[in-house]
Design a protein around this ligand. Structure first.
Ligand code: PLP
Length: 409
């Protein structure tokens, strides 16, 4: 075995993406003990940083160790008891994931759907809430499988009116699109690092409202068969997971520092650096950079004569779906881009498998040069496969440059 030797790929798919260099450096930091005041000090810092990332004053803003779905699972498994009723509006693959996790938690899951490439009207969701009367509404904000961004702003008010816990998975969208936990009245949000935050996967920041925390703290709290004395008045069934038991995780992150897992310190260093990188540049500036890169990529794609997928009014800033032309072998194009150009773009799932590519411009890669290299390479590979196509050579790059130039004025 030799030392690690990876090709210098440019990751322009729907995530993961190349990390910010400073995030990679943070990951290589030497450890201290998990209760060393230096370490607990950094844990407190991370909580404060992610309150700013989430736009919230929620005390309970912590990391779940694991990839993004660890955050999803922790939030759902801790809140849901067998038989609880849940509403999951599904507009892409990750909606199905939320529904599946709720089902595994024993909940009665009601889904509503819109065609892939669309999002829900708040009224559709309100009607379903009225009909189903769920305990919890679980909805994705940005579903990378369709590139659509579900507006959440009006859903919190609906949930409060019907006394529903409001949860969103904002993994793919936060950092590149507006997100406002408190203003939108969310009770729980989970994210990951490997999309617009520019980190590796492996840490899932979550934020929880007092309302959510009160709900989960009421459930049985049992550690290794011994009833925990400071959780009186427990009601309902015991949380089915130890690792994802949010009351225990909060006790570990809280003043008590009750032992639970060993914090994944290297990932915490990454998560901290991702948040600092975002906040140093400024949340609005980072969103604007994602919007600009996304607009430039879209303009380039259209100038190449390719059709973007879905309702563009609701497209996420950080990823575009591209309809694969009928006369093109989509996988062969991806293969050549990867192996000859070192550029990765994404395929898709379910009903969109083989129908669209997904091209991301996220985090560190929401950059002009990354957009231009991708468009130039895609044009070349398309020309090689299809023969000369109509349109001016370099049209994709020119259109993307024009978007950047316009922005400069
Ligand atoms: C990419 C993505 C995830 C990723 O989950 P992992 O467990 O980190 O693979 C989760 N949710 C959404 C909406 C995503 O787009």
């Amino acid at each position: 075995m030799s030392t690690l030797s990876l090709p210098p790929r440019l990751l322009m798919g729907p995530g993961p993406i190349n990390c910010y260099p400073r995030v990679l450096s943070a990951m290589a930091t030497q450890l201290v003990g998990q209760y060393d005041p230096v370490m607990t000090g950094y844990m407190n810092e991370v909580m404060a940083l992610y309150r700013r990332v989430f736009n919230t004053s929620n005390q309970h803003t912590v990391l779940i160790d694991g990839t993004s779905r660890a955050g999803i699972e922790a939030v759902l498994v801790s809140a849901l008891e067998p038989g609880d009723c849940v509403l999951v509006p599904v507009f892409g693959r990750f909606g199905h994931l939320l529904a599946e996790i709720c089902e595994r938690a024993g909940a009665k899951v009601h889904t509503i759907e819109v065609p892939w490439g669309e999002v829900f009207d708040p009224q559709q969701i309100e009607e379903a809430v009225q009909r189903v009367r769920p305990k919890l509404l679980a909805i994705v904000q940005g579903d990378t499988s369709t590139t659509m961004l579900q507006p959440l702003a009006q859903l919190g008010e609906i949930c409060r009116r019907y006394d529903v816990i409001f949860y969103s998975d904002a993994t793919a969208s936060i950092g590149g699109n507006a997100f406002d936990t408190d203003t939108w009245q969310l009770d729980a949000v989970s994210i990951g690092l490997q999309k617009c935050l520019g980190g590796p996967s492996g840490s899932a920041p979550i934020t929880l409202s007092p309302r959510y925390v009160e709900l989960v703290r009421k459930r049985h709290h049992v550690e290794a068969g011994i009833k925990d004395s400071h959780h009186h008045g427990a009601s309902g069934s015991r949380i089915q997971s130890n690792y994802f038991d949010i009351p225990m995780i909060l006790d570990y992150w809280g003043e008590e520092r009750l032992n639970h897992h060993t914090e994944a310190a290297s990932m915490l260093f990454c998560a901290r650096e991702c948040a600092i990188t975002l906040l140093d540049e400024g949340k609005d500036a980072v969103i604007a950079r994602h919007k600009l890169a996304g607009d430039a990529m879209l303009a380039g794609i259209q100038a190449l004569g390719l059709q973007p997928f879905g309702n563009l009014q609701h497209k996420m800033n950080n990823v575009v779906g591209v309809t694969i032309p009928h006369d093109v072998d989509g996988e062969a194009i991806r293969h050549t881009l990867l192996h000859r150009f070192n550029i990765e773009i994404g395929t898709s799932f379910g009903p969109l498998k083989g129908k669209i590519w997904r091209i991301g411009t996220m985090g560190y890669n929401a950059r002009q040069d990354a957009v231009l290299h991708t468009l130039q390479s895609l044009e070349t590979v398309l020309r090689q496969q299809r023969g000369p196509i109509t349109g001016t050579p370099g049209a994709g790059v020119d259109a993307a440059l024009a978007v950047y130039d316009e922005n400069r004025q």
